[in-house]
Ligand binder design. Structure first.
Ligand SMILES: [Zn+2]
Length: 158
């Protein structure tokens, strides 16, 4: 495959919902080193305003996390557009821009895991009412609820 075709092929990979969400999630949660290993196809070239690719990655991670936490829909969209405008290097829409476009569509599902010990708290909920990123993170809360129920039963049976 020549490089133009290859690039287009890589961009197509991210047009699917799942891929876009993975890219956003990993960017919000991972360190620069881990992200670069997981997504070698995403080039983070340091432009003149940033010293290194890591600086650029970190800056965009901060922006992405701010958008993730933003409750105001208008401000959220502005943050997404800011991300895209700052990120864009050329005319073509790459995987990152497509992922951010997708982010705007799925804002309601972009949540932060309620488990305070979660190592990757930025996630997209897949079920209605989901509050934890994974079943493992929900265990402490389920345990606490069970314990509360048990204590209540004990009180009532006294
Ligand atoms: Zn979690």
């Amino acid at each position: 495959m020549n490089s133009v075709k290859q690039k287009r092929h890589q961009n197509l990979k991210y047009t699917t919902r799942r891929r876009a969400e993975r890219l956003l999630k990993d960017w919000a949660n991972f360190s620069f080193e881990r992200f670069s290993r997981t997504h070698p196809e995403i080039e983070i070239k340091p432009p003149a305003t940033f010293f290194t690719a890591k600086d650029k990655f970190d800056e965009f991670q901060r922006l992405l996390r701010t958008a993730w936490r933003e409750s105001d829909p208008y401000k959220f969209k502005m943050l997404c557009f800011r991300f895209m405008t700052l990120y864009r290097g050329g005319w073509e829409l790459g995987p990152v821009e497509l992922a951010v476009f997708h982010f705007i569509d799925v804002r309601d599902r972009a949540l932060r895991c309620k488990n305070p010990d979660c190592r990757a708290p930025y996630f997209f909920r897949t079920k209605k009412g989901q509050e934890y990123c994974c079943p493992k993170c929900a265990i402490p809360a389920q345990r606490a609820a069970k314990l509360r129920w048990y204590e209540k039963q004990k009180e009532e049976n006294k």
